[in-house]
Design a protein. Structure first.
Length: 327
């Protein structure tokens, strides 16, 4: 193979620099690699396989078959064949996401996300994986930021697609989709195309195919520019989160289904909101994601009012203390 446009040495250097800078992959890690068969996940697998020996990694290919499209079974066989050619273990799971969507009245995207995450969580446990790597790219991070910005989001929401979230890692977040696809095409590395990525009924696709090209008219390098901004925002978010953790331990007591918060002398709204959000998540077992609007309702509560949220949370104030209860 001849690597002329994107030399392998440069791509590996970029990958390893991003991994080191974000401390993503310690040596001798046991990693599950989420591979759909699309160009991004194939590139992820190809690159991790290239550094496997250097870092003494144990890779397992994970594939979730959503049964959404008629090509789904063919794509599963394609990924299985690629894993076998690389000498890697292959684990797959099939679930009819469309039926799950109808049963629980979810959007197709949300239903697929839930079932795919369940598969990854089970694989991590049964295979004793240290991390699960997914093929999110720089473009995905920018699209996610713009989606949340348009809908209205906190700082944490804007930076939700991080290099590392819990045991999920995103080693190719520093690569753009066009350089990935150009590399694969030039080197005749096969991949599958998900035709639903071009359907503009999905918000993400509208942002990808309409909004970002429009922004490129103002700044041809808008993706790289926003990615740099995203990294800065991520640093700010981490700082505020660390500070909130310190304040949480000093100011919050949780007794059974009740959290007692002493926030009256805390003048920083962003820290107060993070503390309230953490208390709600601890009370609900991380199952309830509270909106910015409802955080503000609780944050600004007075002694004469109560806030009720979907029969899940009740908040009120007594003797200067904010009380949050799980119903």
């Amino acid at each position: 193979m001849v690597y002329s446009i994107y030399p392998m040495e440069e791509l590996l250097k970029k990958l390893k620099s991003f991994i080191d800078r974000n401390r993503l992959i310690p040596e001798s890690s046991n990693i599950g690699v989420g591979v759909s068969g699309g160009p991004d996940s194939i590139f992820l697998l190809f690159m991790l396989n290239k550094i496997k020996e250097e870092l003494n990694l144990n890779l397992t290919v994970l594939h979730f078959n959503h049964k959404i499209r008629e090509e789904a079974d063919e794509e599963e066989l394609f990924v299985k064949d690629m894993a076998e050619k690389m000498g890697l273990n292959f684990v797959s799971k099939t679930h009819n996401v469309i039926e799950f969507k109808k049963e629980h009245k979810l959007s197709l995207e949300e239903a697929a996300r839930i079932k795919r995450r369940e598969f990854f969580l089970k694989a991590k446990k049964t295979l004793s994986l240290d991390f699960i790597a997914t093929g999110h790219t720089m473009n995905d991070a920018i699209e996610t930021m713009l989606m949340h910005l348009i809908k209205g989001s906190s700082l944490d929401g804007l930076v939700s697609l991080k290099p590392k979230s819990s045991f999920f890692i995103r080693p190719i977040l520093c690569f753009k989709k066009d350089e990935i696809q150009s590399f694969l095409d030039e080197n005749n590395i096969e991949y599958k195309i998900d035709r639903s990525n071009f359907e503009e009924k999905y918000t993400r696709n509208k942002i990808r195919h309409k909004l970002i090209p429009l922004l490129e008219e103002f700044n041809p390098n808008i993706t790289e520019t926003l990615f740099r901004e995203l990294n800065i925002l991520n640093e700010d978010s981490r700082f505020l989160s660390d500070l909130s953790e310190i304040e949480f331990t000093k100011r919050v007591r949780i007794i059974e289904n009740r959290a007692i918060l002493n926030l009256d002398d805390l003048d920083y709204p962003s820290i107060r909101r993070r503390i309230i959000s953490k208390a709600v998540k601890q009370l609900t077992g991380m199952s309830y994601s509270i909106s910015f609007e409802n955080l503000e309702r609780i944050n600004n509560i007075d002694e004469n009012t109560e806030v009720h949220l979907r029969k899940i949370i009740k908040a009120y104030k007594r003797n200067g203390k904010l009380i949050i209860e799980k119903w």
